[in-house]
Design a protein around this ligand. Sequence first.
Ligand code: DGY
Length: 321
Amino acid sequence: MLPSVFVSRIIPDAGLDRVKAACAADIWPDDMPPAYDVLVQRVRGKDGLLCTLNDRIDAALMDAAGGQLKVISQMAVGYDNIDVNAARERGIQIGNTPGVLTDATADLAFALLLAAARRIVEGVEYIKTGQWKTWLPKVLLGGDLSGATLGIVGLGRIGKAVARRASGFDMRILAHSPRCTPEAAAQVNAELTSLERLLHESDYVTLHVPLNVQTRHLINRETLALMKPSAILVNTTRGPVVDQRALYDALRAGVIAGAALDVTDPEPLPADDPILQLPNVIIVPHIGSASQRTRDRMATMAAENLIAGVNGQPLPNPVWT
Ligand code: DGY
């Protein structure tokens, strides 16, 4: 008998076809994720679960699933939606999809950085609202990247990929990353420093830390106040790393000049959220990994983790080893 699994979203065929071939798969058919109660029901009696960052996977869900649940395979690199300790206590393996989305996410961070620095979205609106009457020497002036200082908070895989891009733009790079060595930072032309100095000296700050108890609201009223009034904040990691109310106030009051966000708190961000009315904010809907190739690779990796897990094998990409 094939192992039974629940797949909480329609993932790209590259992964889904593998899952269907190797498992008896119950696949959630809607774009909207299953409600928590529904997820609990559907996972009951299953050997494996393939989920995404929208699914809350807690101890109660694991208990409801039953003792046969062997693996939780997350189709994302971040897994802050999963109670990792509860899974470990129950002997459930967790897999994620590191590496394959590094470049796509770094590309998006850089796209947001450039768009905010050079006021791309404002420029588009300027044309659409009929304001483009002539070439004006002092209109829509933005900031330069070359010669500017980029502060990278979190110099892991994605932070380093952003640093490599920044080197190509002739930027000075500061990084704050407690677990990184000065040698590893130097390989991507970054100088390690304290968060305070990074915020104080950077023209652009980009966040690449995972969400956990230490990083929740790392960017808050106090840390925003350390940034330059001309600085731009980019966030492509998780919304709650930034205290969004504090960011809104800082953007309105001119404490910093702008922000470009791929992630928000909450997600999805309601269309009437006041932050969307600010002229100095660009927000896109959590599309850091949204390239065809990357999503195919993530789906494949998630499927491989799931299939290994339900068959009692070590996962190719476990969250812990
Ligand atoms: C991740 O993998 O954690 C991203 O946020 C989703 O692309």
